[in-house]
Ligand binder design. Structure first.
Ligand SMILES: NC(=O)c1ccc[n+]([C@@H]2O[C@H](COP(=O)([O-])OP(=O)(O)OC[C@H]3O[C@@H](n4cnc5c(N)ncnc54)[C@H](OP(=O)(O)O)[C@@H]3O)[C@@H](O)[C@H]2O)c1
Length: 259
């Protein structure tokens, strides 16, 4: 996303938690686009839980920047049955995915609305925002929150800002890693740059949502089919394996209690 914006002449400011990684990414951008100015803001958005904290972040680092394009993109996944997931993981997903999009938009909107020219806000939700997910309930719920928030904001601010909610399917990034170096395989997986290029076309068209690439339009069609939803929620091999595992875990817990 940053590369495509830099190519169009945007200066780039990245806000994320890992300063070394941001600087590495900004150096890559500068190597390709030497005229682009860059700024690094290291902040763990998973630790900010109030609008006041976001306003303090903006006051300290972003007040003096003329923001023409805001990407609310940070997000983490969770792939575990809800009652087996660690409390801390559930909280991390709720706080980062659920809060940062709404609270950072709230903190930055006044200065964006004051701009003389139009601006853009892109919110990265997911195709999961349309889909109840076994093993991903908290993720899909936070993504639905982002989508509904973003589409509402699209209509509230369309006189000054183009707000677009990006709802991709599988994208080839580290979010798909299982922690053991294995990445989710899917014929419908696309590369980030292809998805973003297609999403930007929808942004220019003034659309409130975009699933980006054609592969993800197809994913969306599948997701909206009740047969596919029934299969995913009731009959997929993963669901059956999860249920078997759960039954055997529960029976192994019950035995000593009966004895
Ligand atoms: N990949 C997919 O298949 C897919 C599909 C649909 C939607 N999405 C959405 O796309 C967005 C981007 O994810 P991605 O696929 O590009 O995965 P990613 O490579 O893991 O990127 C997530 C980004 O969020 C940042 N981040 C995580 N926790 C943070 C925190 N506490 N504070 C600040 N920044 C934090 C990460 O920083 P670090 O690099 O320091 O971890 C990273 O830059 C997410 O909102 C995700 O839900 C992804």
């Amino acid at each position: 996303m940053c590369n495509q914006l830099a190519q169009q002449g945007f200066n780039i400011c990245i806000v994320s938690r890992n300063e070394a990684k941001i600087k590495e990414k900004l150096a890559e951008i500068n190597a390709k686009h030497p005229d682009v100015q860059t700024k690094c803001v290291a902040a763990d958005l998973g630790k900010l839980t109030t609008i006041a904290q976001y306003k303090a972040l903006v006051a300290e680092h972003l007040n003096d920047i003329d923001i023409g394009y805001l990407a609310l993109n940070a997000g983490i996944g969770i792939s575990k049955i809800f009652d087996k997931a660690d409390d801390s993981v559930v909280e991390d997903v709720m706080v980062l995915n659920g809060l940062h999009v709404v609270y950072l938009a709230k903190a930055l909107l006044p200065q964006m609305l004051k701009r003389e020219t139009r601006s853009a806000i892109v919110i990265t939700s997911s195709v999961a925002s349309y889909l109840p997910l076994v093993g991903g309930s908290v993720y899909s719920a936070t993504k639905a929150l982002e989508r509904l928030f973003g589409v509402s904001l699209h209509y509230e601010t369309r006189h000054k800002i183009d707000v677009l909610v990006y709802t991709p399917g599988y994208v080839n990034t580290k979010l798909l890693d299982d922690g053991k170096g294995k990445r989710t395989e899917s014929a419908l997986r696309c590369e980030p740059e292809d998805g973003v290029r297609a999403m930007h076309k929808d942004l220019v068209r003034g659309r409130p949502t975009s699933c980006g690439s054609i592969k993800h339009s197809l994913t969306m069609m599948l997701v909206n089919s009740s047969i596919v939803q029934y299969f995913l929620l009731n009959a997929s091999p993963k669901k059956q394996a999860d249920e078997k595992k759960r039954e055997s875990e529960e029976s192994s817990i019950k035995e000593p209690l009966i004895n």
